[in-house]
Design a protein around this ligand. Structure first.
Ligand code: GDP
Length: 414
């Protein structure tokens, strides 16, 4: 059985999945995005500089790896053009990409609708039109790549959107979409067939999750969630393929962040929270918004572990914790007089108070370290504390922004 590796955010997104996917795709044939759209912001820092990827799969930065945009995504053609152009101006080789012909397209009217419906303000969405595009998909009035070949359907869809919402030039949108169709026709098709054949021919496939488990439309802190499944279940949902995974890698930051509204029990409103934000450069890659920052939450991570069945954990941004005299980790919550061990409903989550265990910090700068044994003993103890609490090995540890600032504990990758 070929290696099929899933990479899933274990928190509220922004866990540095981009860097982990890029590393795990170094020998992969395919890297597949299966959910979300340009609301993702996956950053990879390599010899060409910083690539901010929104729709191009991070593995596709490797010239040998085909980036697949599967049908579970919603695709913004204009944003894709922009992204490919920004990669080109960095002097990178052109990424190879393949589009599912069933992928739904984000139209200018989807962004307009998101603003009008007030979702952006109420839920803290990224204003990229993601929610309305997914709504159209299930309401059976969406526009898929395949539909660009039915001129009558396409024109009628644009006419109806323009009549209902205005705010865009239908002639210009039509001509852009036809240009998009002609440009990408050669690299679009049945992605389900492509992925399942790759797997049956022994190729290596990495599935790149966007957002994180706690933003999953069903398992997350609803309604403060995104519009698609972000967990491992999103892979069959968004690709039509259910492989036997050789690894399900949960990506968690060494602390926690959240963007937008919704409960966040371990949020730190003191100077320490601000310090985490500055040290971790916690500003959104897609929106530039400051992220809310706080401590690692093992209640939430145990829940993510149950939902996804992680076989490995990648603990990223450990370097950001250097210099904190103490490090807090939530091991349970208190709700009134009750001790809570399981991740509760959104409404209870808003009322819980975390129960912290306090671990000693370390002073040494660990940036760029690649050898686990060279970590200060307190940092090693922190990693071991997390893996014991979750029963999953921490097999990758992030120690800096650059792609190579990564500790790979080979013993867990047999
Ligand atoms: P994603 O959406 O999960 O891919 O996360 P983002 O790319 O939005 O956030 C990760 C940010 O942290 C990016 O700016 C990365 O360059 C940076 N980053 C990734 N890994 C590390 C790490 O181990 N340490 C530090 N300090 N920064 C990292």
């Amino acid at each position: 059985m070929a290696p099929a590796v899933a990479v899933i955010g274990a928190q509220w997104g922004d866990e540095a999945k981009g860097k982990i996917v890029h590393f795990l795709s170094r020998n992969a044939d395919l890297c597949v995005r299966f959910n979300g759209g340009p609301n993702a912001g996956h950053t990879v820092v390599d010899q060409y500089g910083e690539a901010r990827l929104h729709q191009v799969p991070a593995g596709a930065l490797h010239p040998h790896c085909l980036g697949v945009l599967a049908h579970g995504m919603v695709l913004d053609p204009w944003a894709l053009w922009e992204e490919l152009e920004s990669l080109r101006t960095q002097g990178r080789p052109k990424p190879q990409i393949f589009l599912s012909e069933r992928i739904h397209l984000i139209l200018p009217s989807h962004r307009i609708r998101e603003e009008r419906e007030g979702a952006a303000a109420k839920l803290g969405t990224t204003r990229k039109g993601i929610g309305p595009a997914y709504m159209d998909r299930v309401a059976r009035r969406g526009l898929r790549f395949l539909d660009l070949f039915n001129l009558e359907y396409l024109q009628e869809k644009l006419r109806a959107e323009h009549e209902a919402f205005g705010g865009f030039d239908p002639e210009k949108v039509l001509s852009d979409l036809l240009r998009f169709r002609d440009e990408f026709e050669k690299c679009a098709g049945d992605a389900q067939a492509l992925i399942s054949e790759a797997i049956s021919h022994g190729k290596t496939v990495v599935f790149e999750g966007a957002q994180g488990t706690l933003l999953d439309v069903d398992f997350g802190t609803y309604p403060y969630v995104t519009s698609s499944p972000t967990t491992v279940h999103g892979i069959p949902w968004g690709t039509g393929v259910w492989p036997e995974f050789s690894a399900v890698v949960g990506v968690a930051k060494a602390y926690t962040t959240r963007v937008g509204a919704g409960p966040f029990p371990t949020e730190d409103h003191t100077e320490l929270g601000k310090r985490l934000r500055e040290a971790g450069r916690e500003y959104g890659a897609t929106t530039g918004r400051p992220r809310r920052c706080g401590w690692l939450d093992l209640v939430a991570l145990r829940y993510a572990q149950r939902i996804n069945g992680f076989t490995h954990l990648a603990l990223t941004k450990l370097d950001v914790l250097s210099g904190f005299p103490e490090i807090r980790v939530a091991v349970a919550y208190r709700l009134g007089r009750r001790r809570v061990e399981d991740f509760p409903s959104t409404w209870e989550l808003a009322r819980v108070v975390p129960i912290y265990e306090v671990l000693p910090g370390w002073r040494e700068d660990i940036s760029g370290l690649r050898d686990f044994e060279k970590l200060p003993k307190e940092a090693k103890a922190y990693v071991r504390f997390v893996e014991e609490a979750l029963g999953v090995p921490v097999s990758l540890i992030g120690t800096g922004r650059e792609a190579e600032a990564l500790i790979v504990r080979e013993e867990f990758w047999s």
